[in-house]
Design a protein around this ligand. Structure first.
Ligand code: PEP
Ligand code: MG
Length: 603
């Protein structure tokens, strides 16, 4: 269609009214054309954006307005503190006010705007960074301590320039495409879909939790675009192509026309795929495959059912915590799980206990960053150190189990001891419920997620403790390959097709089969049609995936027989590189269903 421009090659990008196509990582399919709303986050990242000559004056004006607004806000704060606490404490604002008018700080900002033609926010961020570094390097402790005040002042001025994210979103009257450096899973989950029709970020990986939420939202999303925020300004027209992972900035008329045709083609394809929702999930030779849905919120159950799913194979319950200002009570959690059970009308609900930490924080812990959060106090580890929170959730799950079939599973278990501990706590909570006369399913199946290499390698031991395994490849890939699943800089190394990952999956399936433990797979590769034949061939009979992909995966299942899948799995088992594996998977799928995965890269 047009040549891709590798984003960021030039480092700093001259803003110009030219079309740019930026390649990122596709995480939620679909195409959308709309106007950009750039949500820079003053706390984390200010892009190095250069403005055209005729906008320099406007940037100067923005700076003066922001300085004036910050000054009057500080004066108000000083007056309030003086009234409430006296003159002495109010003096702290004198430093702030003095700095705001200190030529040593403010003149370089003006010079940057005028001479380097950067945005006012970039000039401010740069000048403050330099000043903070200078204070930090001072011998005198009193000066060094002023760095916190400077950081606070920096944030104040930047928030005047950039506005508060939520306010800016709330003010939109037309639907927009959100562009930002990064986005937390919680923010993605709370996007108002009447206003946001797609989004793209500089940061992020294929299976980061933000990407997972994006896929659930069903709007086109591309992450890992590296320097996209440097190319885009508010109001720019954009195309987000969530299938091939391309963002076209300021598309020309011909490109827009090509994408309009693509939007129609996708819509026709979706209509055609709908018929698969009604059909049985069975291979050509009659093997039934259970297709379950992964959900983050109860309202996704409707989509799971209408797409022909057999139940919920993974309910990521932590999202209830992430989207709320306060910790949900037992009653709130119980009501949510009960509602899920009712919506499912007899289909199974697999509840995963809280998987907080790493890229998903509770309100309380957000202030306490860990050095290695993905290797830190996450998931079951967090629950085992926060027993009150864990027991409250277990009670809510048990109470809901009286209303329909619920299974419970523990995430990120890395040792058998942890699993035994979690089960013991569940047993304690069961005893308490019994004593209180609370009804629950005494035979509720207990499972474990296999998503850490140590768990995969000791699956035979784990199997003795549980009635089912759910293989979580999103984490299993990152921990096996030592690649952060949310880091766009190493996204090229993150692959489910790596022979080491496939070896571990195979091992778990074998252990499950030998010890009579049901095994399913619920990582993102379960929804990637390129992997379907391989996963069946390796012996899986249950997959759990994002509901929107259910018809597509079912289409593959109904087009293959088990002999073909097993032959493919054997062949793949002899390969020693991820490339060979992917090439073979793509070729095989293309022979059976040409064009089904048009252009989408495998996970
Ligand atoms: C996984 O790790 O594969 C998984 C399903 O869990 P999550 O993506 O929520 O970490
Ligand atoms: Mg996981």
């Amino acid at each position: 269609m047009f040549a891709f421009q590798a984003a960021g090659v030039r480092g700093v990008v001259e803003y110009a009214k030219l079309m740019e196509a930026v390649k990122g990582i596709p995480v939620s399919p679909g195409v959308v054309i709309g106007r950009a709303l750039v949500l820079d986050d003053a706390l984390h990242y200010v892009p190095h954006r250069i403005v055209p000559e005729d906008r320099v004056e406007a940037q100067m004006e923005r700076l003066e307005n922001a300085l004036a607004a910050a000054t009057s806000e500080l004066e108000e704060d000083r007056a309030r503190v003086e009234e409430q606490l006296g003159t002495e404490p109010a003096k702290i604002f004198e430093f702030h006010l003095g700095m705001l008018h200190d030529p040593a700080l403010i003149e370089p900002v003006r010079t940057s705007i005028l001479e380097d033609r950067v945005t006012a926010e970039y000039a401010v961020a740069k000048a403050f960074r330099t000043m903070i570094a200078r204070f930090r390097a001072m011998e005198n402790e009193v000066f060094r301590q002023k760095t916190n005040d400077l950081m606070d002042l920096d944030r104040r001025v930047l928030s005047k320039l950039m506005g508060k994210t939520q306010d800016r979103l709330d003010r939109q009257t037309e639907p927009v495409v959100v562009i930002s450096h990064d986005m937390t899973p919680a923010r993605a989950a709370s996007l108002d879909l009447n206003k946001v029709i797609g989004f793209a970020t500089d940061a992020g990986g294929r299976t980061s939790h933000t990407s997972i939420v994006a896929a659930a939202l069903g709007i086109p999303v591309v992450v890992g675009c590296k320097h996209l925020t440097q190319y885009v300004e508010d109001g720019d027209e954009l195309v987000i192509d969530g299938k091939s992972g391309v963002v076209v900035v300021r598309p020309d008329a011909e490109t827009i026309e090509q994408y309009r045709v693509e939007i129609e083609r996708i819509s026709d394809q979706q209509i055609a795929l709908r018929e698969y929702a009604e059909l049985e999930s069975v291979t050509l030779d009659g093997v039934r495959i259970n297709l379950m849905g992964n959900i983050e919120f109860s309202h996704e159950i409707e989509a799971m059912i209408s797409n022909g799913g057999d139940g919920v194979g993974l309910y990521r319950t932590e999202f209830l915590f992430l989207t709320s200002q306060t910790e949900p009570t037992e009653e709130e959690q119980f009501q949510d799980y009960k509602q899920c059970v009712e919506l499912l009308g007899g289909l199974p609900l697999t509840i995963r206990t809280l998987d907080l930490g790493a890229d998903k924080y509770t309100q309380q812990r957000a202030e306490e960053p860990e050095r290695n959060p993905f290797l830190g106090l996450r998931s079951i580890r967090y629950c085992l150190q926060n027993l009150g929170l864990f027991k409250t959730q277990l009670r809510a799950i048990l109470r809901a189990s009286a209303f329909g079939p619920i299974k419970v599973m523990f995430p990120l278990v890395s040792t058998t001891m942890e699993l035994r501990q979690a089960k013991m706590i569940l047993k304690d909570v069961m005893e308490e419920c019994k004593e209180e006369g609370i009804e629950f399913d005494q035979n509720m199946p207990i499972g474990v997620m296999i998503e850490v290499p140590s768990a995969a390698l000791t699956a035979t031991t784990m199997a003795k403790e549980v009635s089912f395994f759910a293989i979580g490849t999103n984490d299993l890939i990152q921990y096996t390959l030592a690649v952060d699943r949310a880091n766009e800089k190493v996204a090229n190394l993150y692959s489910g097709a790596h022979p080491a990952v496939l070896y571990l999956i195979k091992r778990v399936i074998r252990a499950g089969r030998r010890l009579g433990v049901d095994t399913s797979l619920c990582g993102e590769i379960a929804g990637d049609v390129e992997y379907t034949m391989l996963l069946l061939g390796m012996g899986l009979r249950t997959l759990s995936l994002v509901p929107s992909q259910l018809p597509n995966v079912k289409r593959v299942i109904r087009s293959v027989d088990m002999g073909q899948c097993e032959r493919l799995a054997r062949k793949i088992g002899s390969f020693d590189s991820e490339r060979q594996v992917l090439r073979c998977l793509r070729q095989q799928l293309d022979e059976i269903l040409p064009g089904i995965n048009g252009g989408r890269a495998a996970t």
